[in-house]
Design a protein around this ligand. Structure first.
Ligand code: ME8
Length: 512
């Protein structure tokens, strides 16, 4: 079985994490945990992007050395991700000494092979995006995304990106799943229809000192994107001979799924891929661009533009599982999505409180009332029970397929539909009435809904890391292995089943 390696962008440390950056991080976590449930070996990389002008300016503004600023900010990210139950295996910082060595080794290699050359550059530079633009690319005197630019002329080093244009187009066309969603792939192919220039990969120290020194010219530091993108490979052992087995396993034989925001599509799909081609390294397994979480004005929620929602404040308001569920379920991965208290509450109340929570409360209460809190045995299936059983047993394969296609919202939708059916089944069978005339038949209904809860619960565990273990404890089971999800029944007859407080109390903030 191929191991699963997932990455998030490494975040600039010019400010604290916010809901937009947490979104990508939570989605990568959900995907990793699903692949773990499928029985795969997994690796999850996230971290911080600590060089470049933005960070230098942020440190200057605070009047402290850049590394001290980075240490504090990286810690903010680390703590926030822990609070959101992010299970990253590596937290990578681009200021780590090994990374500087790897970046320098790659630069030297490319320079020695003539893939990097010196030239004098004249063009327009956007500080906030750290990208050069040609006159032609400007829109109304600003960068294509509307950021201010200033004119610059200087000697710099250039990577022969243009040389790899056709090889990149060929790779994208030969691997239809390489860039997703499809409309993003088309955007990249559209971009590649224009002649591709070479990439400026240096910055003179006179203008920017906070970066990795260019090994063949000490007056320059490395362009922050050239440094940052390499994190994905440094973290798994690139240019570290003692880690060659790691690198073979995670890079050469598997390859990363890069989950990124749509605003960094070009840097990943064009800069990074051509860098890898020039270095003779394998291209990533997949690059998937997510949309944006929008603020109340329907604009991108962004730390540099003020309107920021703290993921910790949101977690405190709704609960962590509720937040993770909302983000996974509400947003079709790849699309933009608005965020509001009312939207979270609508989802949570209809699908967690009323659907999943209701089925758990009813099932466990009735088992307590009529069977002394012990799981009753299954009897022969009638049509309704066997239909529900069949749907439930089909669910794991459906969920797996959706997750592998990077459609987690659809995976959850399948689960919700089965839970809705199970609630309908409970309503139709009315075991609270049936118990008075045919106790074993009522027991059968409850044993059936407990198995539905076990399987749907296990399939929701990658999303809801706190409450699903509680649900499993109430059903008298632990975490499931993938093969347990094909067993029916699995919960032992007579096992202790516990009723308890509602697992998902109804949320009412928006109506206050
Ligand atoms: O771009 N909704 O870092 P960054 C969804 N350091 N995603 C959002 C978002 C929002 N409102 N706001 C930001 C960088 N993001 C580089 C990456 S990778 C080698 C280097 C996403 O901190 C954004 O789209 O500015 C981007 O993918 C990520 O957060 C990091 O943003």
């Amino acid at each position: 079985m191929q191991p699963f390696y997932v990455t998030t962008p490494i975040f600039y440390v010019n400010d604290k994490p916010h809901l937009g950056t947490a979104y990508c991080t939570i989605m990568a976590d959900v995907l990793k945990r699903y692949h773990q449930l499928f029985g795969e070996e997994t690796l999850y990389l996230t971290g911080t992007d600590e060089h470049g002008q933005k960070v230098q300016q942020a440190a200057e503004k605070r009047g402290i050395p850049p590394l001290q600023h980075c240490d504090e900010m990286a810690e903010n990210f680390r703590v926030t991700w822990a609070e959101l139950d992010i299970s990253n295996d590596i937290f990578f910082r681009t200021t780590s000494p090994v990374h500087a060595e790897v970046v320098q080794a790659c630069l030297q290699k490319l320079f020695d092979r003539g893939e990097i050359y010196a030239d004098t550059y004249e063009g327009w530079y956007s500080v906030s995006e750290e990208i050069f633009f040609t006159e032609k690319e400007l829109v109304d005197g600003k960068s294509p995304s509307g950021k201010p630019v200033s004119k610059i002329q200087e000697k710099n080093y250039f990577f022969r990106m243009s040389k790899y244009q056709q090889a990149l187009i060929d790779h994208i066309q030969a691997h239809p799943q390489f860039i997703l969603p499809d409309f993003r792939k088309n955007e990249v192919l559209g971009f590649l229809r224009q002649p591709l220039g070479d990439l400026c990969i240096s910055r003179p120290k006179a203008r920017l000192s906070w970066g990795i020194e260019i090994p063949f010219d000490k007056d320059y530091v490395t362009y922050v994107w050239f440094d940052a993108l390499l994190n994905y490979a440094t973290a798994v052992g690139l240019e570290q001979p003692e880690r060659s087995a790691d690198f073979a396993k995670w890079w050469t034989n598997s390859g990363p799924l890069h989950l990124i925001g749509k605003d960094i599509l070009t840097t990943h799909c064009v800069y990074w891929t051509t860098m890898l081609l020039a270095l003779g390294l394998k291209l990533p397994r997949q690059i998937f661009a997510t949309g944006w979480i929008l603020n109340k004005d329907n604009a991108k929620m962004s730390k540099s533009e003020g309107e920021v929602v703290s993921p910790i404040a949101i977690r405190d308001l709704f609960g962590l599982d509720e937040l993770r569920y909302f983000l996974t379920r509400e947003i079709h991965l790849g699309n933009d999505a608005p965020f509001s208290v009312a939207l979270v509450e609508g989802r949570v109340n209809s699908e967690l409180a009323n659907n999943l929570g209701n089925l758990l409360s009813r099932s466990t209460n009735l088992v307590e009332k009529f069977f002394g809190g012990r799981k009753p045995p299954l009897m022969d299936d009638d049509d309704a029970s066997s239909a529900l059983k069949k749907k439930t047993l089909e669910l794991p394969a459906l969920v797996k397929k959706e997750i592998e296609s990077l459609r987690p919202s659809y995976a959850l939708e399948h689960i919700v539909l089965v839970l809705t059916e199970a609630n309908r089944y409970m309503e139709d069978k009315a075991p609270w009435k049936l118990a008075k005339t045919d106790l074993p038949a009522a027991g059968h209904v409850l044993a059936t809904t407990l198995e539905v809860l076990r399987i749907t619960g296990a399939l929701l565990a990658p999303v809801m890391t706190k409450k699903i273990p509680q649900l499993q404890a109430r059903l008298g089971v632990g975490a499931s292995s993938w093969s347990d999800l094909q067993k029916w029944p699995f919960i032992k007859d007579g096992a202790a089943v516990a009723k308890g407080e509602p697992l998902f109390p109804r949320l009412t903030h928006s109506v206050k």
